[in-house]
Design a protein around this ligand. Structure first.
Ligand code: HEM
Length: 472
């Protein structure tokens, strides 16, 4: 009897559990449906694009535009500063004015799906994907290595590697054509390895091989971003070479790794790759674009030379205490960042509440793209935006613009690029030191275009010549 009863009560319990779970699922489902409808309603009030193909959203339009940046330029030209589009099945909002950016200044989290395409390279434990309090704590730890004080210790490394760069160029026969991106990328990689990891990479050949692997990886990732086909094998060979390279750095730093250390290794590898990639590609092309303009514009070049010789004389190095006097050199770097649209966009998401941007309500969980490149080329803010003019960044001109008009390193949620001081310090040391010793000239007959991807690079190698300055 007891057995029958307990059998019956068991069945009863099971039925009740089933009914409860059905009711819960029904109401949760209803709530999700309700939330999705409410979101769609709010997003429908924002101007923007409909998806061209249902599953693809506007991905084919992004491919047709040639890049995400060019797509955003068109989107905002048609729909204004706040506009919606479909990134695959995800409804997103892009914002492209300093005023709109200001409304998102407190957001820390990144929409993880939006950067899915770099996951194979960075790894899923990368800081790039760390959100919430966990992300904030990790950033705090990382930022300690990039404070104003910490960056001071990197100046001698930048100076030493710049001297090697100058000697390498001086050893070339006069009028030799120099491949700019190749030379600068080797300098940047050596500086990075030495400053961040204490690794002295003196072997140019090994550095160039790693950079080639890296370029392959980036090429595939950039293509993926505009939904093209992927060359799987080449990608994995190149990516594995990079993982090996990074693991060797870690192992070299640890004689006998403990089990606990091994457990941390994965996050560590992800973060090191993220830092190397984020720093290498951006710093290289900030300097390549700067030198491209320096070599093309003798007026800009002479102004840097005059400033450097006035501030430093013929011998002194750039130091943390004379750095800020190299105002014009800094202006050249800033204008290169703006003109090149070096990092075309950042993105945020608010997972807790709706966000009001310029009167529009952006529902929570909607990816918000901050179209950095669109604002940096907005002719209302920067007349003749394609003209390279470092004077746009003179203290008087800066005062005339909205305080948030220029944000090449991101700005929101205290998640600005952690390497911003590092990049500017490296750039000023490099540019000031080489312009004091060398005179650059662009090789005639080249037609260099900006190729927009995750980072904006020249569409082909840039060739320059260099000659020794007489006075030095
Ligand atoms: C001129 C050179 C550089 C440019 C234009 C640049 C640009 C950016 C941008 C736009 C972001 C996204 C910021 C955001 O989401 O708000 C970013 C993030 C990041 N950058 Fe840079 N960057 C540069 C140099 C560097 C350097 C030198 C390093 C390292 C030493 C670095 C490491 C990183 C890392 C690790 C992140 C992700 C941080 C996080 O997820 O919280 N970057 N950078």
């Amino acid at each position: 009897m007891e057995v029958v009863l307990s059998g019956m009560s068991l069945s009863l319990l099971l039925i009740i559990a089933l009914i409860v779970s059905f009711i819960v699922e029904f109401f949760v489902g209803k709530k999700e449906e309700h939330d999705a409808n409410a979101s769609a309603k709010l997003l429908g009030k924002i101007p923007g694009m409909k998806g061209t193909i249902k599953a693809d959203g506007n991905l084919s339009d992004i491919t047709k535009a040639g890049s995400m940046h060019k797509f955003l330029v068109q989107l905002h030209a048609t729909h204004g500063h706040v506009a919606t589009f479909w990134f695959g099945k995800t409804h997103c909002v892009s914002i492209a004015s300093p005023e709109a950016w200001k409304d998102t200044v407190k957001l820390f989290d990144r929409p993880v799906g939006f950067f899915e395409f770099v996951k194979p390279l960075f790894g899923e434990n990368s800081i790039q994907f760390a959100n919430g309090n966990y992300g904030k704590q990790r950033r705090k730890l990382h930022d300690a290595s990039f404070t104003h004080q910490a960056v001071k210790s990197y100046y001698p490394v930048f100076q030493e590697k710049t001297e090697i760069f100058i000697r390498k160029i001086m050893a070339l026969p006069p009028e030799e054509h120099i491949p700019l991106s190749e030379y600068v990328s080797v300098f940047v990689m050596k500086s990075l390895m030495s400053a961040l990891f204490g690794q002295n990479v003196e072997n140019d050949e090994q550095t160039v091989t790693m950079l080639r692997h890296y370029e392959t990886v980036m090429l595939v990732l950039n293509k993926k971003m505009s939904a093209n086909t992927e060359k799987k094998n080449t990608f994995h060979i190149a990516l594995n070479a990079w993982h090996e390279f990074i693991r060797k750095i870690i192992l070299k730093r640890r004689n006998e790794p403990s089990d606990e250390m091994r457990e941390h290794d994965n996050t560590l590898v992800c973060d090191i790759i993220t830092y190397v990639v984020a720093a290498y590609h951006t710093s290289t092309f900030m300097l390549v674009w700067s030198l491209y303009h320096v070599a093309s514009r003798s007026d800009v070049q002479e102004k840097i030379y005059n400033e450097v010789t006035n501030v430093l004389g013929s011998k002194s190095n750039v130091e943390p205490d004379n750095y800020s006097q190299l105002q014009y050199t800094m202006q050249v770097l800033m204008e290169s960042l703006r003109w090149s649209t070096l990092g075309p966009f950042a993105a945020r998401v608010n997972t807790e509440a709706n966000t009001t941007v310029q009167g529009y309500t952006i529902p929570k969980n909607t990816p918000i793209v901050q179209a950095l490149g669109v604002v940096h080329m907005d002719e209302k803010i920067w007349p003749e935006p394609d003209r390279f003019d470092p004077d746009r960044f003179s203290p008087t001109e800066i005062k005339k613009r909205h305080g948030m008009s220029f944000q090449p390193l991101g700005f929101a949620g205290q998640r600005i690029c952690p390497g911003h001081r590092f990049a500017y310090a490296e750039g000023v040391v490099f540019l000031a030191s080489i312009c004091r010793r060398l005179r650059f000239q662009i090789v005639e007959g080249q037609n260099i275009q900006r190729r927009y991807g995750f980072v904006t690079i020249p569409d082909t190698e840039i060739w320059v010549t260099a000659s020794k300055r007489d006075a030095m």
